[in-house]
Design a protein around this ligand. Structure first.
Ligand code: NAG
Length: 164
């Protein structure tokens, strides 16, 4: 009987633990792959050629401050303090994507006031920053984003906005 009770306790413990892991993972990576792909498409045409210019680097066009807020992730043996740590990371699709996830864990919010936090919000935060995401997006960025999410599904959502 005691053994039965123990295995029952363990089973419930494992379930709770699993639930927690799933929850933590969901919080660690709030942005779906489709959303990342559409942000990438809207901001650079998802051009994976190494790029730095006008204060931004990489296929997601990330600034140094954004990378720093995103936890100063690094590639290989780079020290976060090293000169090239920033550009090396954000020119790498995975390091850049993880930077975005970290940034959104910090700054994720309902920018457009529609009652949910979805890819439209993440895309605005990505472009305008965590403190300015209620601002206007460029026509080009918004158009490519909307088209992409309409094609591949706004999978943070629940809802795909129909564009006129
Ligand atoms: C990708 O970016 C590179 C470097 O900025 C540029 O030379 C190239 O033309 C771009 N490719 C496309 C397909 O836009």
């Amino acid at each position: 009987m005691a053994a039965n009770k123990l295995s029952c306790t363990l089973a419930i413990g494992a379930l709770l633990c699993l639930g927690l892991v799933v929850l933590i993972q969901a919080q660690d990576k709030p942005v779906t792959d489709v959303c990342l792909g559409c942000i990438c498409e809207a901001i650079s045409g998802c051009n994976q050629t190494n790029y730095c210019g006008a204060g931004v680097c990489g296929l997601f066009r990330i600034t140094w401050a954004y990378w720093a807020d995103g936890g100063k992730l690094t590639l290989g043996n780079d020290s976060p303090q090293s000169e090239q740590a920033f550009s090396n990371c954000v020119n790498d699709p995975y390091c850049a994507a993880n930077t975005i996830q970290n940034y959104m864990v910090k700054f994720g919010q309902d920018c457009n006031g529609d009652g949910r936090v979805d890819c439209f919000d993440y895309a605005a935060i990505h472009k305008l920053g965590g403190y300015g995401c209620t601002g206007e997006l460029s026509y080009q960025y918004q158009t490519v984003l909307d088209k992409c999410l309409n094609t591949f599904g706004n999978s943070n959502g629940i809802d795909v906005r129909t564009t006129g």
